[in-house]
Design a binder for this molecule. Structure first.
Ligand code: GLU
Length: 494
């Protein structure tokens, strides 16, 4: 039988990295084994639903390059893939369970349940539902429902014995039934709980492996009992370990508990984030950090996951992003750059950008960045018709603070020097500026920094001579002269 795995997010906002990592693992396992990957929206808790979540969940997957065979947007043989549109199926299952005696109506109000809880706590007894409505006569149930009384449906857990199940990563887990309460499967609003809904759907959708976070282990015995009561086979259960923060604590927003789309926004490359996430808690050979997707698709198997929590290392993610930026084919990278620049450059830069020009810039900056968000601030001066000369303090720096006249002279000399260059090209610009530094007995680096600040307006830029070549002779001369004259008054004062 071919494998079928699913990602079953609830629409409670943007998926964060832990949730997406589990989805990525499920997707890879499905793809590696030639099976199907299904997306299903679990929206039965209407009070927690956040508008626009589904779109953002799907956008996150698409951005990462994940594809699915069935889902809310594309349908499929088991449509619909949105739980709130499948209520009649859960109601049918509830009817079957109630009819067979495996589940029953409970009329206890939230107030009664909370009073019970308080009493249990005061008496230092285990808390939980104690079966108040377990044995109501069916005539009473019918008349209370007819009378409009609110009720839920609870699943009857056995009183003694154990419930055992196998977790694919941890082996057999078993719990004493005496610790299990009769849990709610249908709420008073007519919506099923997660417990019932996913059991019905995973069966109907022929899911072979349930992959989900390990926080679900404590409720797995309930699910196993439900599968059995409905006469369904229990799919393989794979509970994935949590991701910890770098300090070993809970993953905080600052340390990576961000949504996938926030990473996109911050300038990470999808392939880098994907590889990074897959490798938290899984490893090819214990040492390889960057595993090409093709390799993952050949070797990844969900049964090889570790069970110990692994830490999220933001420094490593940044490093990895840099590796992907440097290793990406230049054409692809320049397309990525163009998209990012279209978005990030100031509004007064004419769109669409000249793709050939972006291609020309790509090799100059790719080695100098870790994040795509660093791109626009690094190259915006190439696109600006007018750049502001830095103020005299920034222009002079330490080196020329006491000698503004020298700096002014150097800038003017640089303008004159390059103005006459025939066949404007990197090597010629460089040798002319070096000659000038030697003639005027200044350190070449000091002269270059003045030129960089004058031509680009910034202290950190792509390589200077390549930059000047692209900016072109007229604009370079113009900017050097503007910088020189910006020092007029300071130089006279000195
Ligand atoms: N809807 C559940 C959640 O978002 C999914 C758990 C599961 O994958 O079964 O946590």
């Amino acid at each position: 039988m071919s494998v079928r795995l699913r990602y079953a997010p609830s629409p409670t906002g943007d998926p964060h990295v832990g949730n997406i990592r589990t989805a990525l693992w499920a997707w890879l396992h499905a793809r590696r084994h030639g099976g199907d990957f299904i997306v299903r929206l679990e929206d039965t808790d209407q009070s927690r639903a956040v508008d626009g979540s589904l779109e953002r969940i799907l956008a996150s997957l698409r951005w990462l390059g994940v594809d699915w065979d069935e889902g809310p947007d594309i349908g499929g043989p088991h449509a619909p893939y949105v739980q709130s549109q499948r209520l009649h199926r859960y109601h049918a299952a509830v009817e079957e369970l109630v009819g067979g005696g495996a589940a029953y109506r409970c009329f206890c109000t939230p107030e009664e349940l909370s009073a019970l809880r308080k009493q249990q706590q005061a008496e230092k007894r285990p808390t939980g539902y104690e079966g108040t409505c377990r044995a109501l006569p069916s005539a009473e149930v019918t008349s209370r429902i007819a009378g409009g009384e609110a009720s839920v449906v609870r699943f009857r857990m056995p009183d003694d014995g154990v419930t055992a199940f196998t977790d694919a990563l941890r082996g057999e887990i078993s719990v004493d039934n005496s610790t299990q309460e009769d849990f709610v499967i249908l709420k008073s609003d007519g919506f099923p709980t997660y417990h019932l809904a996913h059991v019905v759907d995973d069966h109907a959708m022929e899911i072979t492996h349930i992959t989900r976070g390990e926080e679900w282990i404590p409720s797995a015995p309930r699910h196993v009992r439900l599968f059995e009561a409905l006469d369904y086979d229990v799919p393989e259960l794979v509970h994935t370990p949590v991701i910890l923060g770098p300090d070993g604590g809970k993953l905080s927003k600052r340390h990576g508990a961000k949504s996938v789309l926030e990473y996109a926004e911050d300038g990470y490359i999808a392939a880098a984030l994907l590889n990074f996430l897959i490798n938290i808690g899984w490893s090819l050979d214990g040492e390889t950090e960057v595993v090409p997707l093709e390799k993952l698709l050949e070797v990844f198997d969900i049964h090889d996951l570790g069970v110990s929590p692994a830490a999220f290392d933001t420094t490593k993610l940044e490093w990895m992003n840099g590796v992907y930026l440097r290793e990406m084919p230049e054409r692809l990278l320049s397309e990525l750059f163009a998209v990012r620049l279209e978005r990030d450059l100031p509004g007064d830069v004419a769109r669409p950008l000249d793709r050939a020009f972006v291609e020309e810039l790509t090799p100059l900056v790719r080695e100098r960045m870790k994040l795509l968000s660093e791109l626009a601030p690094m190259v915006d001066f190439f696109f600006a018709t007018d750049i502001a000369t830095p103020d005299s303090g920034a222009l002079l720096g330490k080196r020329y603070r006491k000698r503004p006249d020298v700096a002014r002279g150097l800038l003017a000399a640089a303008a004159d020097g390059i103005e006459g260059i025939e066949g404007w090209a990197v090597e010629l610009i460089e040798s002319r500026l070096r000659e000038l530094a030697a003639e005027l007995e200044e350190k070449p680096g000091d002269l270059f920094m003045l030129c960089r600040l004058a031509v680009t307006g910034k202290p950190v830029t792509p390589p200077l001579f390549e930059t000047m070549e692209i900016v072109g002779p007229e604009r370079c001369v113009e900017r050097l002269r503007a910088a020189a004259s910006s020092l007029d008054s300071v130089a006279t004062e000195a």
